[in-house]
Design a protein around this ligand. Sequence first.
Ligand code: PHE
Length: 499
Amino acid sequence: MTMDMGNNDRILLKAMLAYPDKAWGINDLLESTGWKDQVHVAGSGQSLSELGLVTISEDQSRFISLDSEGKRALENGLLEERIWNWYLDSDENKRNMEGLFEAGFQRNEAGPGIGLLKAIGMRLESGKLVAEDEKAIESIISERRDFISKISNLRIEDSKLSAQLIDHFSGRKSLISIEVQVSRTWSLTEEGASIDRGLLSHVEVIGEVTTELLQGDSWRGAKFKPFDVNAPTVTPTGGRPHPMQALIERIRKIFLEMGFSEIEGNFVQSAGWNMDALYIPQSHPARTMQDTFYLAEPEKVEVEDEYLDLWSRVHEHGHDTGSRGWGRRFDKEEAQRGLLRTHTTVNTIRHIAENPDKASRVFGIGRVFRQETIDRTHLPEFHQIEGIIHEENANLPMLISTLKTFYSKMGYDDVRVRPAYFPYTEPSVEVDILWRGEWLELGGAGIFRPEVTEPLGTEWPVCAWGMGLERLAMLILGLDDIRQLYQPDLEKLGQMPIL
Ligand code: PHE
């Protein structure tokens, strides 16, 4: 007979053969094998049981302790008990809902409390509480009270408590918690107890491949224990970058790889650079207080007269861009109001103003601010992935293929654009990607209008885009609520895919 037994299996079997009739607990086995780790006992015990040499029996014990509500009940009494005491102390004409509220019971206590009392013999008769058999109610309540105080701050095995009351309390919210503990015992089967001991020393199956083993010769001709790749294991935990940070790094890498340089800018901007430079009319609804965080400090962010003059000419009558402008008076004070940038397009436009006659491909990933009510898909602070291609022959197909390349490097091959409107681009498009059969909007793009570029001193077309980062993160991480990205829940964060 040959058996697929590993070294540890052999050690365990030998240890058990010292007392062949014994039912072994985990501590006995650790002691007689000299092992430190229960995992070895469990693993070898399992192999021996698969060989029919050992039986494993499992014994479950349940331990009861007080949960949050139970602890409160320990201090203040159970809800039904408190209402019962109130009932006993009240005049007959006060034994109704109003009386309960007057006595300080909350709405969320009164309903469930009356429900509990009705279940043990109280009745509600035309709005009044009546109890026929006060003794019976009293005794049930005192049993329950005794149960709670018996557990008190302890952890009690279920056999020491009334099964009926455990059942009752486990149906009530947060009163008790039940912990199940499994203990195993190992015993030899008849076959195990009568195994030929000589056999044990012959069998050599290698369970663990170590450096020492490989350096020696003993592995030659040896038998190896097969790995069970489906065996459950502990998920390793440790430090890792926040998923948003990892995503930003990945996007940065992709744009750098595509030949773009990175630019940055401040959160605090003037309305002029954030909006007027982009030919957003001063009366545009997105400029209102509801959408934009205007600042009290600094209330004013100064803009060079040169730009204020240019923008006012373009906005009022189109200057010499071929446009007729918005035809309204331009307010230079308005253009110098301080605000938190509402989009990162403020960075790219500034870059063009500073480098009007240098061709460039730049991108930036940055935080923007809008007065949004927080919900499943909105946050008042979020990030945009912004970029431009500023060169003599920039055009729409170039823009679209750049965005397609980017998303395909992120793992999304189906990208489409639809016509859209932004005050600063013409044509304007919205960019969607296909995700699980659905088109999802990820951002806007277009070619900057001459009203935007010409005053800054460039005649070249500029491809521009601004994409949402959080939306993309939700897709990649499989989230359906944007808030999950920023909750400091280490366990959830640890489980998010590594990018
Ligand atoms: N700034 C736009 C937004 O915040 C996106 C955009 C950028 C559109 C550049 C066109 C060109 O949604």
